[in-house]
Design a protein around this ligand. Structure first.
Ligand code: GLU
Length: 464
């Protein structure tokens, strides 16, 4: 069975790069009928916070990615890690090192001066006898100091490191007994039965150390897939300056989670030239062996385009549920369906959707000054007055009645359309005026027209 995991360190919000590796891990497990586990790597008690762990859970909830079983918190597993440190000590695969900080510093200085790579010199590797007093020892692993450490990466192909270039007897437990990062990852991945590790390629240099530990502990080494970073369009590391990096910010900007997931799955993976993938399709098609070996590039326009596609195809109820996040509750309104049909083609985000809906539903509190200046003329206001009077008298659909009015007065729609638009919504950009009128109804149309005429008459007309 394929078992994957996502193992974030809770140091802040969930980054979109993190969500992407979580998604890849999720898809690969689901595709194989396997399991996807969530492990919070919260051993660094100074840098980790409960809020950050909650932010990760919240982001999972929003995107609908579900994990199997309970969340595993590393901070609750210190006893377990200690047990394995003890085991390695007993088997003489690890040892106590009593080197003081001063000694280590001096060693590093000496090596740097000789232009050598700073590394531990193995002083206590085979030490027997009385340890120095007053030093709380660290525990170091006996790492192979020569030879090659190689593995087949599912994304990058064969990766090999020369032991002497990257390894020394690295620390697995600090002097206060707490285990180090690479150690906890290996113990957990092994005990959780992880078969496929999909993670950012910023972890590539940790992998040989982890392989050393797998071997020392006698655990099976999982498959690794190191996913290249997401860059900005200039090819540099994506940062906040390039756009939002916090997953939940996308919710706040009015993106649908399925659009974000679709966007992320394509950042670094493709299936022919298909752009739109439902979650079901992603599960059917995703394979980490096809992840691009080179970095991908963040493209905001693409995300907007995807979001617009998903909004266009979302059921009205879904859109109104999303609108709740932005303070608009239209769920029980009789016009909800009609209004959604009218707006879903135009809105790129839920925020725009809500703004457009509000512009129609709410009586305008003010009128766009620029539009008033540009479109209001004395003649136009006279037409508008006649039009309001005409509407009062005649029954029928707004479009028919308006056409009749235009015909009788030898006018064209463009002679009055912008004024009607401003009167009804406050601005000269809105969907078709007839659709707006259908939503708000005759009574509201008349009162908004009257109010606008009143406003213009009080204010005076600048365009004669
Ligand atoms: N906790 C690590 C991080 O947040 C991930 C470790 C891993 O995936 O192996 O970068």
């Amino acid at each position: 069975m394929i078992i994957t995991r996502f193992a974030p360190s809770p140091t802040g919000y969930l980054h979109i790069g993190g969500l992407r590796t979580a998604l890849y891990s999720y898809l690969w497990a689901k595709r194989n009928g396997g399991k996807f586990l969530l492990r919070i790597e919260d051993t660094d008690l100074k840098r980790n916070s409960l809020e950050a762990a909650q932010a990760i859970e919240e982001a999972f909830k929003w995107t609908g990615l579900s994990y199997d079983g309970e969340i595993i918190y590393q901070s609750q597993r210190f006893d377990l890690y200690k047990e394995y440190v003890r085991k390695l000590l007993e088997e003489k695969k690890a040892y106590y090192c009593y080197m003081s900080k001063e000694e280590l510093d001096a060693l590093r200085e000496e090596q740097t001066a000789k232009k050598e790579r700073p590394r531990y010199n193995g002083k206590y590797r085979d030490f027997e006898g009385e340890p120095p007093l007053g030093i709380e020892p660290v525990v170091r692993i006996k790492a192979p100091l020569s030879g090659e450490i190689a593995f087949e990466d599912g994304v990058k192909g064969r990766i090999s490191f020369k032991a002497e270039d990257i390894l020394d007897d690295f620390i697995i437990a600090r002097s206060d007994g707490t285990p180090t990062y690479n150690f906890t990852v290996v113990i957990d991945d092994a005990l959780m039965g992880i078969t496929d590790v999909i993670r950012g390629d910023d972890h590539l240099s940790n992998t040989p150390k982890q392989i050393v530990l797998y071997e020392a502990l006698g655990f099976r080494i999982p498959k690794f897939f190191h996913v290249p970073m997401i860059n900005n369009p200039q090819g540099k590391k994506l940062s906040k300056r390039d756009g939002a990096t916090d997953v939940m910010e996308y919710k706040n900007m009015g993106y649908l989670s399925e659009a974000l997931l679709n966007f992320l799955v394509r950042l670094g993976w493709s299936h022919g030239d298909q752009e739109i993938f439902s979650l079901k399709e992603m599960i059917e098609l995703f394979n980490p062996n096809n992840i691009n070996a080179s970095a991908s590039s963040y493209n905001q326009q693409k995300l907007e385009w995807l979001n617009a596609c998903y909004i266009k195809n979302a059921p009205s109820q879904r859109l109104w549920n999303e609108a709740l996040n932005f303070g608009l509750d239209m769920r029980d309104d009789k016009n909800a369906e009609f209004l959604a049909d009218m707006l879903r083609e135009r809105a790129k985000t839920i925020i725009q959707f809500v703004q457009m809906a509000k512009a129609i539903i709410d009586e305008p509190l003010s009128y766009d000054e620029h539009a008033v200046k540009k479109f209001v003329t004395a003649l136009g206001v006279t037409h508008l007055k006649n039009y309001a009077a005409f509407l009062k008298e005649y029954d029928g659909g707004f479009e028919n009645v308006t056409n009749e009015f235009l015909e009788k007065n030898a006018l064209k729609l463009k002679d009055i359309a912008q004024l009607i638009r401003i009167a009804l919504t406050g601005s000269s950009v809105s969907p078709s005026i007839f659709e707006v009128m259908d939503v708000i109804g005759l009574k509201t149309v008349l009162s908004r027209l009257d109010k606008f005429i009143d406003f213009i008459e009080k204010k005076g007309i600048e365009n004669e």
